[in-house]
Ligand binder design. Sequence first.
Ligand code: AMP
Length: 302
Amino acid sequence: MPLLVVGSVAFDALESPYGKVDRAVGGAATYFAVAASFFTHVNLVGIVGDDFTEVDAQIFHGRTINLDGLERAPGKTFFWAGRYSQNLNERVTLATDLNVFAEFKPLLPEKYRSSEYVFLANIAPALQCDVLHQVKKKPKLAAMDTMNYWIERTNAELRETLKHVDILMINDSETRELSNEHNLLRAAKHIFKMGPSILVVKRGEYGAMMVDHRGVFCVPAFPLEEPHDPTGAGDSFAGGFMGYLAGSKDKSDASLRRAMVYGSVLGSFAVEKFGLDRLRHLKRGEIHARARHFAKLTQFKL
Ligand code: AMP
């Protein structure tokens, strides 16, 4: 089943104790689409400037990613710069230049309007809602991400968008801020009243937690000796998670649990190298091998 994603396609400048790059192709929709394309067809809605070259677009080529919804506008591509601390746990945003993204009005190509699986990556909630409204029938599964910036500045629009999605995938500090509740289980109950029936909390090196009416399911982060760059880990997690669900066309509890593992698998590969360097050369066999490794990692007898 094709999976629709709307979000940023960007140039990133990244600094970590392991190195520095000035201009790497990035963006939430890019990480998401590349990760999800290992499982299903992806239709990407976003915008780039006239500085986004054919070479930059190569990250999408040779994959099941349709770019009819990727608008090209005069001007510069969205630019984001970030620096990580020694232990990679803290990040400072050094620059967020919206550029062509500032005027972005997503317009879904006709063939995207019957999408049954939708992911709204981290962009202004009003744009997320607008995209969802352009989809003709209620999708089988709609999920979204957001961030503190939108929780603080556009809370009413965010609340409106939340009414229309099934899954909210955010990190722990965003969960606490949105719900005004420190305990994540109690936070989930608050968030269910806002619309979503499933909350997936991305917890970085502590893994991820899914809460729904059936209960809680947790996956660890894959233990890595030398993660290099956490950028896009959350978006790659979301891509693995939603890609798996769209590819399997199965929303059962067992399938959602496997999706959590594939999300963690894709997130773990993303951090192994800078930017998209690891996902760029990733093979399906490596994904399945690491998923089996996860099964071993978490197996025990009582
Ligand atoms: P993450 O590490 O999950 O926060 O995702 C990082 C990616 O999100 C980078 O590739 C950035 O280009 C992109 N990004 C950072 N800030 C924003 C923003 N305000 N809106 C949209 N995308 C962003």
